[in-house]
Design a protein around this ligand. Structure first.
Ligand SMILES: Nc1ncnc2c1ncn2[C@@H]1O[C@H](COP(=O)(O)OP(=O)(O)OP(=O)(O)O)[C@@H](O)[C@H]1O
Ligand SMILES: [Mg+2]
Length: 234
């Protein structure tokens, strides 16, 4: 029997901006249905890795594969069609479009409908006709997640999706992410909330200066407190 390829493989990738290299020979994988947490202090390359995966920064070497197929040369929208949904740092929603329009703009044929998103985030149903720019930070974050889901992803990439939000909103978002995980969605998540990640992630990858400094499952992560101290400053 053939071994199933991981949904995402980052294979010895180097990348950066202009002449500056930020990611050095970096490898990681996300298997089907797995949640991988990407950790590291500020400026260690988490967002840059997300951009490399979604086609926002060019690789100088290495390869990224989705479902075993290289995404080299593909434009971001083509990568999205391969089943990758991005919830970017800073949300980046269209302030001039309504909630409904923001969601509809990224819709593809598939399992997720507007109603499905509204069931996940009832607040978005209430705000459906409000401009994205008039939403609270938490509502914008819900919209950013909803928008990514509307592309019907098999892998969701979340960059600081709970940052700067009120605790009650954070809890709602973690609950939704748990539901998505239970539904079998594969997730690569960057977040600062280690406590929430401990009960959510299957595996942890810690970046330091653009390299993988540590990786392991949740039990190993709990046991290896020195990792937390050295690389995360907690
Ligand atoms: N658009 C850009 N142009 C040039 N350099 C950049 C750009 N974006 C990020 N960098 C640099 O790349 C390095 C890694 O940044 P990155 O945003 O990937 O880190 P991060 O781990 O996501 O940090 P944070 O936790 O603060 O979000 C930093 O030195 C940063 O200054
Ligand atoms: Mg970042």
């Amino acid at each position: 029997m053939a071994i199933e390829a991981p949904i995402l493989e980052v294979d010895r990738v180097s990348a950066g901006y202009g002449r500056g290299t930020i990611l050095f020979d970096l490898s990681l994988a996300v298997r089907r249905g797995e949640v991988v947490a990407l950790l590291g202090r500020n400026g260690m390359g988490k967002t840059t890795l997300g951009r490399a995966i979604t086609g926002g920064v060019k690789l100088t070497s290495g390869e990224i594969r989705i479902d075993g197929r290289s995404i080299a040369g593909l434009k971001p929208y083509q990568i999205a069609r391969c089943g990758l949904g991005l919830v970017p740092e800073g949300r980046l929603i269209c302030g001039g479009l309504t909630v409904r329009e923001n969601l509809a703009a990224s819709a593809v044929r598939g399992a997720w409908t507007l109603e499905g998103i509204y069931d996940l985030f009832p607040r978005l149903r209430e705000r459906a006709d409000h401009a994205g720019g008039a939403l609270s930070g938490g509502e914008q974050q819900m919209l950013a997640i909803g928008r990514a889901l509307m592309t019907n992803p098999r892998l969701l990439l979340l960059d600081e999706a709970t940052e700067g939000l009120a605790p009650v909103i954070r809890q709602q978002i973690w609950a939704v992410l748990a539901r998505l995980k239970k539904g079998g969605l594969s997730i690569l998540i960057v977040d600062r909330n280690l406590r929430a990640l401990r009960s959510f992630a299957d595996r942890f990858v810690v970046l330091s200066k653009g390299r993988v400094a540590w990786e392991g499952d949740a039990a190993a992560f709990d046991a290896d407190t020195r990792t937390l101290e050295t690389y995360l400053g907690v």
